[in-house]
Ligand binder design. Structure first.
Ligand code: GAP
Length: 436
């Protein structure tokens, strides 16, 4: 896939209702996107698969859902007010703004071709907002730049109520906001995005082992989403890349058309965050270890993924252009776990009772899988639409159904069509989806 293909993915996303530009009718708002009918289903599938993998399937991880707005002191304690900066430069000629680590200052501006840079300046990435009904009482706070702090400030609340003992994790999924200087590459870097984060609290001596364990677990999760293995890698951070809170970190990266880029960080945050809140807040966040009969601040291994980046990865990874009988077919080879629609049901024509039979099959399938009923247009066009939506299976009711009570089951990837008994449609789908 070349660099231009990201535009093809953007175009398909709009054409099929995965992603729309935000506020499009007003000319759009830079780097903000809306998820359409197919997009929201696929995004929910990804979030559910994460929750299932991290929370529901484990005994020692619990979930929570904190408010986006937090006390402004949180961000002083966390170090974000002081340290959450990017170094930026502006081109004096065309006013384009760049992150210093994204460009070579000895080379001309890629937009206007002139080499005339401002001095590099620090730029805080947090989005400010103010609370309060009157100007006098306004209090400045921030839209959270990461969901993690909502977990740290609730550490004791969770320990006291969820009856967890070390090692255990607290997971959260939700919106985060950053006033990114450079945005672009579609959903990859936006100002409003969603994170899936889990803070795993451990004994300090287990940090190295737990960092390795979670890095592998998380890499495997992307493989389970159906992402091609040779497009994924785990990269340890150099010392100079580490965030202000972290002592060791791995990135999971995907090879996008614009190069290898980060999907997720797995970091050893040490005791940094709880220590900081213990300095700034009135109430202490401390763990009582019944085994050794002592109080201490546990070490944290964090897994922090972006929902939108996982979504973009699935889309880009699944996008294929194939030639079929001299015509081009665009198909999203999405895993059935991720695909927004699992099965599409088509009556071949709008008459001869085919719609009624198809409707009955559709209603049965819908009790277990996400299904779509499509009655309009030629069957070839309907198949192509579902190929672009990434729908793994199609069921077609035709005139032969009236004779022998069979229907056609079409496989998206092979385009193979087989006849199966109409009353066995759901069980046949189940069989195929079990191994998917
Ligand atoms: N709590 C740690 C943390 O926030 P991060 O590496 O800054 O670490 C974690 O962010 C993940 O959040 C990233 O790996 C990425 O998937 C996602 N993310 C961060 N900034 C983003 C942005 N501007 N747009 C989309 N996703 C973003």
């Amino acid at each position: 896939m070349d660099i231009k293909s990201i535009e093809k993915v953007v175009s398909l996303s709009k054409r099929r209702g995965f992603i729309f530009q935000s506020s499009e009718i007003y000319g759009g708002l830079a780097s903000t996107w809306d998820y359409g009918p197919l997009g929201v289903e696929m995004k929910n599938n990804i979030k559910n698969l994460w929750w299932q993998d991290i929370v529901t399937s484990r005994r020692n991880v619990v979930g929570m859902d904190a408010a986006i707005l937090m006390h402004p002191e949180v961000w002083k304690a966390s170090g974000h007010v002081q340290n959450f900066h990017d170094l930026k430069v502006d081109c004096k000629n065309c006013k384009a703004r760049y992150r210093v680590d994204h460009i070579d200052l000895s080379k001309p501006c890629v937009r206007c071709g002139k080499t005339d840079w401002t001095e590099p300046r620090q730029f805080n990435l947090m989005l400010k907002t103010s609370l309060g009904a009157t100007a006098d009482s306004d209090e400045v706070t921030y839209l959270r730049p990461e969901t993690a702090q909502g977990i740290f400030v609730n550490f004791n609340n969770v320990v006291n109520t969820a009856r967890q003992k070390l090692p255990f994790g607290i997971a959260q999924l939700g919106k985060a906001f950053r006033n990114e200087i450079t945005t672009g590459n579609f959903l990859f870097r936006t100002r409003e995005f969603e994170q899936m984060e889990m803070e795993f609290f451990i004994y300090a001596e287990d940090a190295k082992e737990q960092l390795e364990y979670w890095s592998q677990e998380r890499l495997n999760w992307y493989k389970k989403l159906g992402v091609r293995e040779d497009k994924l890698r785990l990269r340890p951070h150099d010392k100079n890349e580490l965030a202000h809170y972290s002592t060791a970190c791995y990135d999971i990266e995907y090879e996008f058309p614009f190069g290898w880029s980060e999907l997720e960080g797995i970091a050893d945050r040490g005791t940094y965050d709880l220590d900081q809140h213990n300095k700034f807040a009135k109430k202490k966040q401390i763990y009582f270890d019944q085994v050794n009969n002592q109080h201490f601040v546990p070490t944290v291994i964090e897994v922090s993924a972006g929902v939108d980046r996982a979504f973009l990865t699935c889309l880009v990874d699944a996008y294929r252009e194939e030639e079929v009988n001299g015509e081009q077919r665009v198909v999203l080879k999405l895993s059935p776990k991720v695909a927004p629609i699992t099965v599409a049901v088509f009556p071949l024509v709008k008459k001869d009772e085919l719609p009624e039979i198809a409707e009955k099959i559709f209603t049965e399938i819908q009790t277990e899988y996400s299904a779509f009923f499509d009655i309009g247009g030629s069957i070839g066009k309907r198949y192509r639409r579902q190929d672009e939506a990434g729908t793994p299976f199609g069921i077609t009711v035709d005139h032969q159904t009236l004779e022998d009570n069979t229907v056609t089951l079409r496989d998206r990837d092979t385009m193979e069509q087989v006849r199966i008994p109409a009353d066995k449609t759901l069980s046949e789908l189940k069989k195929r989806l079990q191994n998917a």
